[in-house]
Design a protein around this ligand. Structure first.
Ligand SMILES: [Zn+2]
Length: 212
């Protein structure tokens, strides 16, 4: 993206300046709605980063106390219900979450971050995607270690001390149920897969590797 692609609009979505070949984002309504709803916000970043969007598609909010930086900067990240792109469905459904959070997942769509400056909103998007990537990888490793409530409270006190602008919802400090931990799995095979099938697949794979 280059600077000539920037389209300047006013609060009523009227285009003020910019290259005539380009149009404002189809999600302009959502951006404008944030400014209307949150006078403290001066910048909105909307993107579809892989890991954050994966959680938005899986319907799993990033609301656990995991990384200290994320707990302080973006807090618990909720998922706004799905809405048809470019319509008022998206701002209408995101609005309740915009009131209490500066980082929101959009169900089956992407992510949204709000800031007091363009860099602030951009950094929140980076923190959100980094958190989503780390949570995903920790789950692959078999455990998501959730920080306890006392630690969250200490971090939230730090947030107050730093006098950070914006709004965050406190993260959930409830430990993950042990059934989600791969390490403590029962060792049972998924339905429909038996030992013989696995042996047959393994033999085929080994056979192909050997044939290389
Ligand atoms: Zn989008």
């Amino acid at each position: 993206m280059t600077t000539d692609m920037i389209i300047k609009c006013d609060r009523s979505a009227k285009v003020l300046s910019g290259n005539k070949e380009y149009h404002p984002s189809s999600e302009l309504k959502m951006h404008l709605d944030v400014y209307k709803e949150r006078p403290d916000i001066r910048s909105v970043v909307h993107a579809h980063p892989q890991y954050a969007t994966s959680f938005a598609v899986a319907g799993i909010p990033l609301n656990k106390c995991v990384l200290p930086e994320a707990i302080i900067v973006i807090g618990a990240v909720p998922i706004a219900p799905y809405g048809l792109p470019s319509t008022m469905e998206i701002p209408d459904r995101a609005r309740p979450f915009i009131r209490t959070s500066d980082a929101i997942l959009l169900e089956n769509h992407g992510a949204l971050t709000l800031g007091t400056s363009l860099l602030d909103a951009y950094h929140k998007m980076e923190t959100l995607e980094h958190t989503a990537s780390i949570v995903w990888k920790a789950i692959q490793l078999g455990n998501l270690n959730v920080l306890p409530g006392e630690e969250r409270d200490r971090l939230m006190t730090l947030r107050e001390k730093f006098n950070l602008p914006g709004r965050v919802t406190a993260c959930d400090a409830t430990p993950m149920p042990s059934s989600t931990s791969v390490a403590s799995g029962s060792g049972e095979l998924p339905a429909g897969i038996d030992e013989a099938t696995i042996r047959s697949i393994a033999e085929q794979v080994i056979g192909r590797l050997g044939a290389r």
